[in-house]
Ligand binder design. Structure first.
Ligand SMILES: Nc1nc2c(c(=O)[nH]1)N[C@H]1C(S)=C(S)[C@@H](COP(=O)(O)O)O[C@H]1N2
Ligand SMILES: [Mo]
Length: 328
């Protein structure tokens, strides 16, 4: 077995302990791992290097990675939902836009925003199928005009212990579920991301592509589960998962699947991307919980990107009031 034991996080910069990329690299370089271990890989420069985001001024000179369509002009800015208030400063827009987990484009986080240029989030349809009374192909712009759009500020907690707090625009997943009218036999929803290795280099490498995720029906119809179309009062830049992504803020970030092309209503629990790759580290439920450490690091605290401020991790990421009953 390759040695997957790492130095404690306080001795290794976080960008070098990225568990998900380590796993992919461990697969492609298993024989090397046997010889040198992960510390050796880092020393040889094979693990993502740490780099600082470019300044807001520098960042603004780059393409925005989103366009405002006529529909978008009607949607933004959406009404702010005052229920969801933060306990900490909001993350700067340019910081969030330069630190992204999106394995289709990069195993590092700091260069996703520079690699998404060839990705086209229009035209875009979402196929809703399976155990529903009204299966359908939804055109994304049609969908945006009929759904109840609102802005919510949520905290976001990655399983790797970094966090951010941003204003999303979107509509409750529940509203879409009601529109397609699930059969009583539907117990789960499987979400699938796009698959185009021509533009998404990461999909040429190892992995059960396309990226998939899943929720129980109870989770999917919880008020918190948001289908997100925008961030900071404008459409999602490609690196955040344009044109439509899920956000489930009480769960670790890997549940918040980006660039969704299909939703299937199923009787059985679906296989999902990270849970298939490395099941003992990334479980299906993935609720934020400081009492359950990741096998390779503690989940006691989280680091806000940009400020590096640390906060204690909260059960269900602090959303117990809304999501707590799901697991009582
Ligand atoms: N399709 C897809 N969705 C994805 C991922 C991914 O690699 N591919 N990464 C997930 C993880 S691990 C996190 S933390 C969040 C990051 O979202 P952000 O880049 O908008 O902050 O996206 C999630 N959704
Ligand atoms: Mo993540």
């Amino acid at each position: 077995m390759p040695n997957l034991i790492l130095p404690p996080p306080w001795r290794t910069p976080e960008c070098q302990i990225t568990p998900e990329s380590l796993y992919l690299q461990a697969i492609s370089r298993r024989s090397c791992l046997k010889l040198v271990g992960l510390g050796g890989l880092a020393a040889m420069g094979w693990l993502p290097a740490c780099s600082q985001p470019v300044s807001e001024a520098e960042f603004s000179k780059n393409p925005k990675n989103y366009e405002l369509s006529d529909v978008d002009r009607q949607v933004y800015p959406a009404d702010h939902n005052a229920t969801f208030v933060l306990d900490r400063p909001m993350t700067d827009e340019h910081i969030a836009a330069q630190y992204n987990n999106f394995y289709e484009f990069s195993e590092a986080k700091d260069d996703v925003w520079q690699r998404v240029g060839g990705f086209q989030p229009r035209p875009w349809t979402i196929a809703v199928s399976g155990l529903v009374k009204r299966p359908q192909q939804l055109d994304i712009d049609d969908l945006f005009t009929i759904m109840p759009m609102e802005e919510r500020v949520y905290r976001h907690r990655c399983v790797e212990a970094w966090a951010m707090a941003v204003p999303w625009t979107g509509f409750p997943l529940k509203a879409l579920v009601e529109k397609v009218d699930p059969l009583s036999t539907a117990r789960f929803i499987r979400f699938t991301s796009f698959h185009s290795p021509q533009v998404a280099m990461g999909q040429r490498g190892y992995g059960p592509w396309p990226y998939t995720e899943g929720l129980t029906m109870a989770e999917a119809t919880n008020e918190l589960a948001l289908l997100v179309t925008g961030i900071y009062g404008h459409p999602l830049p490609k690196q955040h998962g344009a044109p439509l992504r899920l956000v489930t803020p009480w769960k670790y970030g890997y549940k918040s699947i980006k660039s969704i092309v299909a939703m299937e209503f199923l009787a059985e629990r679906p296989a999902t991307f990270w849970n298939t790759l490395i099941p003992h580290e990334y479980d299906f439920v993935a609720n934020v919980n400081p009492r359950i450490p990741h096998p390779r690091w503690s989940q006691d605290t989280e680091r806000m990107i940009g400020s590096d401020q640390r906060f204690p991790t909260q059960y269900l990421n602090g959303y117990q009031e809304w999501a707590g009953l799901l697991y009582a």
